[in-house]
Design a binder for this molecule. Sequence first.
Ligand code: S3P
Length: 176
Amino acid sequence: MSDNEQQPERNYSDPIFIIGFMGAGKTTMGRALARKLNWNFIDLDDLIEARAGKRIREIFAESGEGVFRSLEREALRSCGDSPRTVIALGGGAFLSEANRAQVRRAGKSVWLDCPFDMCLARIEGDLSRPLASSEDAMRALFESRRAYYATADFVIQTGTSSPEALADEIKKTLGL
Ligand code: S3P
């Protein structure tokens, strides 16, 4: 793991936000990290669906991406600064300046930097992700988002390591 910003901290209990592209493994790794820390885990997409009483693809189809992004912002805000919680964000959540500011205020962010082909292999043909349409469209999205993801506090290269190994790396970096 390379450290974008700072030193490990003792007694750290602020939320850890996992960010990155669709298919990067945010939910799987986030769950593994929460389990290892004995912390809570929140998947922001699940929270949005629970609050709306609808699947994400229905929200996109019925109301459009703009409404989805508002629901996403409200859901993130509702998590506040929940202590001892790992929160996996959807792939587009960190593009919003308001969301980035909220994350910065509340805790630390970790970017799971996963090669495009690996993300693609995991999400191709997954109808639950409205923005995972054509390969070209996804590649363009992937490239245009990297600059935002790169502002995370920490970046971790994923690829060959297991979610468990990645979770151990994050734990170590945060001194947990
Ligand atoms: C999105 C990613 C999805 C979900 C929504 C929009 C995006 O989450 O929030 O479909 O804009 O990249 P995952 O990254 O968990 O697939």
